[in-house]
Structure formats: C-alpha cells, structure tokens
Design a protein. Structure first.
Length: 342
C-alpha cells in the first residue's frame, strides 16, 4: 500500500465534503457533521502520505466554507507543530461546529446518512474531549465518551453501538500487551476507532497500529476521533477498503505481532488464511477475535482448534451494553508452526 492510494483517497474525500448533500435531504446536524468530518479525514490522509501542503490547503478551504469542527482545530495544531511554515495562516472559520446534541433531529437518513448514529456519536465525542477535565488525557476522555454514548445515551433507544467495551476491552488490552515489544498491530474493522484507541493506550504511541475499515462513513468518524485526540494516536493509521482487497496487497515486510478481528465473523477465517499464506504473522503473534458466538465465527473456531498452529483460549464475556453472552478468542501462534491452510 503506497502513498498513491492515500493521495487518491484524499481527493475523493475532499469531493465528499461538497457531494455529501447532493440529491438527499439529510438532517441538518448530520449534514454539517459529515461535511466537516470528511474534510478532516481527507486532511489526515494527506498528512499520512507526506503531503502537509495539501492538508493545509484543505483545512484552509474548510475554514472559509465553514466545514469545521474541533478535530479540524486539533489537526491544524498538530500540523503547525510539525510544519510551522506551512500551517502559518491564522484561520477564522465562518462558524465552528455546534457540539451540542440535545434537541437535534437525528432521524435515520439514506445513502451516506444511513449512519446518523455514528455521526451523532462523533459530535458527542468531540464535545466530551473538548470539555474533559485537565487531569484526563484526550484518549481516555474519548474512550469514556464512546462507552457513555453506547451505555447511556443509546439506552432504551433500541440501537446498539458495536464496540468491544468494558470487559472485552480489558481482554483486548491484556492480550495485545502480550505481543512482542514494538511489533506492529493489525485491526480489521475500525468502526469508530474505539478499539484502536484502547490498544494505543495499552501499547504506547511508538507502536504502529494499522486499522482497516470498509465503510467510508465509519472511516471518516474514526479519523476525526483520532485527530481530536492528537498525539496519543500518532501510531494509528486507518486504511479504507475491504480486508479481502487490502490484505493480499500488504507488504510482506510487515509482520504483525497482534491482530484484532472485529469485522464480520464470516470473514475471520478467510482473513486469517490470507495473513498466514502471505506470512504476515510473526511467531508468537496474538490473534484476538470478537463476536465469535454472536453473530458467530464457526469456521474460525474450526481453523484455530483443528490445527496445532495456535494456543487457543475461548472466553465467555458479557456483550457491551447488552444483556447477552458472547465469546472472544485469544490465540497465540506457536513458534515454527506451519500454516493451517490446506
């Protein structure tokens, strides 16, 4: 995966900021949130691919048009700290994003606006990070806000936030700490960036975490959450695309010491097979999979348990913010193990 991918993506995301309102009638709050968030996601992509000039231009244009939120402010501050000559303009956005979510209409939309729950979550997290106590780190404030949103704000609404929170998050942190020191981490299924943040807190900013997300709106939300947090997310990169397309193209020199699978359970087995076949797993790599019981990942369980490649634990846990049981698997790849592909 090269910088050309990020350059094209940055251009498409910049277009999304204007095109996001075409031929639809979304709730005003969702429209403004997505417009501003798409610009931040595009600017983040430009920064990642070594194009700070492009990021600065995008943010300056966003400030003029009013496509702005607190994540944009944080990203501009980060750019100014690294490249003060490029990020030298004094921005005066026409209007900052209104971070209050009380009383706003968040009816379910269509097209890009099918994700009104996630856009509402983003505004809630941005407000919480901005209003955090001085003693609280931005990353901790963002994680706590996501947990409150899923456990309290959505409570009784009949909607569920699909994050590996509470006990599941503790298992994820403990498991990834068991990986080889400094080893790269792969996450398949970024969603809103919660698990990537938890792993970054557990492992430190020097560890590289590559996270894959197939849904473009979820990717935009995650990049804004990470941008708002700032330096604590320096090692996290969110890639856009489906795992079946991205993993076969991954550089062979990247050997992951930990993998977290949180996409569709029906993909777990195939994705693990790709990682094994392309030799992208280090000896001793820790592979964690969520939602193995519900919705379920029977093929992954068969792969893990039928071949003597991994030491496997199946953990019974309560689902986050739901009164139901689920399973997580924590598997450690044995040294000198042969791949389980037939």
């Amino acid at each position: 995966l090269g910088s050309s991918t990020s350059s094209v993506e940055a251009h498409l995301l910049a277009e999304l900021a204007d095109a996001s309102v075409a031929n639809v009638a979304p709730p005003p709050a969702a429209r403004h949130t997505l417009r501003a968030a798409a610009v931040v996601a595009a600017a983040s992509s430009s920064m990642w691919c070594g194009n700070p000039e492009g990021a600065a231009t995008l943010l300056q244009q966003a400030a003029i048009k009013g496509y702005w939120n607190s994540a944009a402010s944080a990203l501009w501050a980060q750019g100014k700290a690294c490249s003060p000559n490029i990020f030298s303009a004094k921005l005066r956005p026409q209007h900052a994003e209104l971070l209050s979510v009380a009383g706003e209409s968040w009816r379910q939309g269509s097209g890009l606006y099918r994700c009104t729950k996630e856009l509402r979550l983003l505004r809630y997290v941005l407000r919480s990070v901005a209003d955090r106590r001085p003693s609280s780190s931005p990353a901790a404030a963002a994680c706590a806000a996501i947990e409150r949103f899923g456990g309290e704000v959505l409570d009784g609404s009949g909607r569920w936030l699909k994050v590996a929170g509470c006990a599941k998050a503790e298992v994820l942190e403990a498991s990834t700490r068991g990986a080889a020191a400094g080893a790269k981490v792969l996450e398949v299924g970024t969603y809103c960036g919660y698990s990537a943040l938890r792993m970054a807190q557990a492992l430190g900013t020097k560890v590289q975490i590559h996270s894959l997300e197939a849904d473009p709106v979820h990717m935009v939300v995650a990049r804004n959450v990470l941008a708002a947090v700032g330096e604590e997310t320096a090692g996290i990169r969110v890639w856009t695309g489906h795992s079946k397309d991205l993993l076969p193209k991954w550089r062979n020199c990247d050997n992951f010491g930990a993998v977290f699978m949180d996409q569709r359970g029906s993909r777990y087995d195939e994705d693990l097979a790709i990682l094994e076949r392309r030799k992208l797993l280090r000896a001793g790599a820790v592979v964690v999979a969520d939602n193995v019981l519900k919705p379920g990942a029977p093929l992954l369980l068969w792969r893990l348990l039928a071949a003597a490649v991994y030491n496997v634990q199946v953990l019974t846990l309560k689902e986050f913010a739901m009164p139901s049981e689920d399973w997580m698997t924590v598997s450690v790849r044995r040294a000198h193990a042969r791949d389980s592909n037939k």
